[in-house]
Design a protein around this ligand. Structure first.
Ligand code: GH3
Ligand code: MG
Ligand code: MG
Ligand code: MG
Ligand code: MG
Length: 308
């Protein structure tokens, strides 16, 4: 399949081989009622290294997508019994869970308005049957690559590269939403490592950075269900929708955990001071202000504690 066509340049062949490796284990669902058409698409996708799942109609496809969140792409025919491809795409795009699913619509020649229908409903791309293998391959790959790039960009925009926690930009976006659409408790903790400057002064910035990285891991582990961010420097912010007392208990457990361990090759001891805003505030900004005031007090009272 790769070398058969001598129009391909060497660098293109290399790219295809890399892609074959990358495609291993990537799941694609093919929704198509025609058995021959489904088999044909399946064979092509398998040649490219993909794992292929099949559905005979839109209803079956929806059930499979709901049961398996690892499915990256849906290739769907238009005319199918029970639920057609267009209605399937509309249902999927109305559900937040399926926003990142890559969708390619398919339909037989003659249905000229269907491509517009599919794309308007939220499909990423469209192919008319019958199609050339090369075009099919390119569209599948290009759409997956675009999705990968989007994912990379999203991560770069929202994640702090050192600690792997969410960054400040994401905090204000997501945290702001949490406050605006709040149903019950929203608590916020501002955390600041104690005497962190000494770590840098005594052991250097590289060790300081490693310690921050490890603190990121500890915070992710201690607050798996909460919004965990690096606010800046050695300050972190956690926003939780758990009941306030439960949240404060978790913060205390976190302080106990880091207090009892040694970090990096330098076997560093580290503690942290925390200010919690447990009041039902209207906005994220107000909540941060209260938490900051409590953090300041925690520092003044001798550090390594929570003030709420
Ligand atoms: P306190 O207990 O009052 O919070 O003392 P502190 O030394 O932690 O407080 P201060 O805010 O004065 O110092 C924080 C230090 O954190 C200053 C800065 O050198 C260090 N820091 C901030 N960001 C980074 C980083 O990304 N890497 C490293 N290595 N150090 C950082
Ligand atoms: Mg059909
Ligand atoms: Mg600080
Ligand atoms: Mg300080
Ligand atoms: Mg500090």
């Amino acid at each position: 399949y790769i070398v058969k066509d001598n129009r391909y340049s060497f660098s293109y062949v290399i790219k295809v081989v890399e892609r074959l490796v990358k495609n291993q284990g990537v799941k694609i669902l093919v929704a198509e009622d025609s058995t021959t058409s489904r088999l044909f698409i399946k064979i092509l996708l398998k040649q490219y290294g993909f794992e292929v799942l099949e559905a005979e109609n839109g209803q079956e496809a929806l059930a499979q997508l709901e049961a398996d969140s690892d499915i990256r792409m849906l290739i769907t025919d238009y005319n199918m019994p029970l639920v057609n491809g267009y209605d399937l795409v509309r249902m999927l795009r109305n559900n937040n869970r399926f926003q990142d699913l890559v969708i390619i619509g398919l339909s037989a020649e003659g249905d000229t308005s269907l491509s517009a229908k599919f794309i308007k409903a939220g499909a990423n791309d469209f192919l008319r049957k019958p199609f050339y293998h090369e075009e099919f391959h390119c569209r599948v790959i290009h759409n997956l690559e675009a999705q990968d790039m989007l994912e990379t960009i999203r991560n770069l925009a929202n994640i702090d590269q050192l600690t792997k926690l969410k960054n400040r930009r994401h905090l204000f976006e997501e945290g702001g939403q949490l406050f605006r659409h709040r149903k019950a408790d929203v608590s916020l903790a501002m955390m600041d490592l104690d005497f962190f400057k000494k770590v840098n002064d005594n052991y250097g910035h590289v060790v300081g950075d490693s310690l921050l990285e490890l603190m990121g891991e500890e915070i992710l582990e201690a607050f798996p269900d909460d919004l965990t961010c690096r606010f800046g420097g050695e300050e972190f912010c956690v926003i939780s929708t758990a009941p306030v007392t439960e949240f404060i208990a978790k913060v205390k457990d976190f302080l106990e955990t880091i207090r009892s361990k040694e970090y990096t090759d330098a076997k560093l001891s580290v503690t942290c001071s925390v200010g919690v805003c447990a009041l039902p505030m209207q906005t994220l900004e107000e909540s941060i202000q209260v938490a900051d005031k409590n953090l300041y007090e925690a520092k003044n009272l001798g550090r390594d504690r929570v003030v709420s």
